[in-house]
Design a protein around this ligand. Structure first.
Ligand SMILES: NC(=O)c1ccc[n+]([C@@H]2O[C@H](COP(=O)([O-])OP(=O)(O)OC[C@H]3O[C@@H](n4cnc5c(N)ncnc54)[C@H](OP(=O)(O)O)[C@@H]3O)[C@@H](O)[C@H]2O)c1
Length: 322
């Protein structure tokens, strides 16, 4: 099969399309033909070897010293079941499915091995592109807002980085849960963030999170998806009983996160994946696809992700040729 292989950490050009053996599903596993997969900020971290402060050594020990041991990246996908390992129940060849692969990765390829614990039927009204696009940011935003912050109707929420994969889902979900949403983004994305549900938009080039705090602004939930808010700078932005969500935190802040400060990897549970797709089918989550690419354009896709400016999501379609 054709797959994007990353042998050494580095710039977008280290991601190369290669012919590799098609994986075989073992007992309890499902082989899926990948129709679409996101090229996410998480993939860019793994490709480049750039991890949040303090994570460089533990991450490289866990993932690979000079390059990712699992050299085919891609942690979310949408596609069709092509083979079932022994003992798999509940799926049949030809089923439209979507899922996540965690640190096994492997979705930037024509075929990926999935586990039923993280594989769900794709709702009929959700396209492969939409399912693939929404999962990375949608699962993170749902886990952080619903499960970590226990967001309730009427709360005030600040989403810092409101136009990215996590931010666009966070704005839409927070609004869906009945919160009053303030989005921080650049002026170019203000209209989009408003359309997604933010009642108020702040241009971060004019007002930083620190300046917001200094001006006395307080929120029930502050969700940082950029990495320029720390526990020390974020806590004063909270109302009494407020919650600070740090999707991007260094090792020290992640280990120290307790009480109102939540950090760490987001859940990829079956329920979260299923809920994100159901919310997409219901029209609550618009997956916002900035661009889609055949595998051969993977370096272009990564260049845009690396820019830090992408709006929503970028996907690859492994069955498409350039
Ligand atoms: N903890 C977890 O499990 C978890 C899960 C998923 C992601 N993450 C992390 O969360 C972060 C965000 O991921 P993502 O995929 O959403 O990123 P992304 O899609 O690449 O974010 C790009 C967006 O960020 C905006 N942005 C850049 N600088 C900004 C600033 N200073 N203030 C406000 N907005 C800014 C850009 O808007 P402009 O062009 O307007 O600047 C752009 O639209 C990443 O670091 C990722 O590793 C963590």
């Amino acid at each position: 099969m054709r797959a994007v292989v990353v042998e050494r950490y580095g710039p977008p050009e280290v991601a190369r399309v290669r012919e590799v053996p098609t994986p075989t599903p073992r007992a309890g596993e499902v082989l899926v033909r990948v129709m679409a997969a996101p090229v996410a900020s998480g993939d860019a971290r793994l490709r480049s070897g750039r991890f949040p402060k303090g994570f460089a050594l533990p991450a490289r020990l866990a993932i690979g010293i000079r390059g990712p041991r699992n050299s085919i990246l891609g942690t979310a996908f949408s596609g069709e079941v092509v083979a079932l390992g022994e003992g798999v129940r509940g799926f049949a060849v030809g089923d439209r499915v979507s899922g996540m692969t965690g640190m096994r990765m492997g979705a930037h390829a024509e075929f990926v091995v999935a586990t039923p614990a993280k594989l769900v039927a794709t709702p009929a009204s959700v396209t492969h592109d939409a399912a693939a696009a929404v999962l990375f940011g949608g699962a993170t935003a749902l886990d952080y807002l619903r499960d970590k912050a226990r967001l309730t109707a009427g709360s005030t929420v600040l989403v810092n980085g409101a136009s990215g994969a996590v931010g666009t889902s966070a704005v839409q979900l927070a609004r869906h849960f009945g919160a009053e949403v303030t989005g921080m983004t650049s002026a170019a994305n203000a209209d989009l963030v408003r359309r997604l549900g933010a009642g108020r938009v702040i241009d971060y080039r004019e007002t930083s999170p620190d300046e917001l705090r200094a001006s006395g602004e307080r929120f029930d939930v502050v969700f940082d998806t950029v990495g320029n808010v720390s526990p020390a700078s974020g806590r004063p932005l909270l109302t009494d009983g407020g919650v600070l969500l740090l999707a991007v935190a260094g090792l020290g802040d992640t280990l120290a996160a307790r009480g109102p400060v939540k950090a760490g990897p987001a859940s990829e549970s079956h329920e979260i994946i299923e809920s994100v797709l159901a919310l997409t089918a219901d029209g609550v989550l618009d997956p916002l696809i900035e661009s889609s690419h055949p595998l051969d354009q993977i370096a272009d896709a990564y260049r845009r992700v690396d820019s830090g400016r992408k709006v929503g999501n970028i996907i690859v379609r492994p069955t498409e040729r350039a």
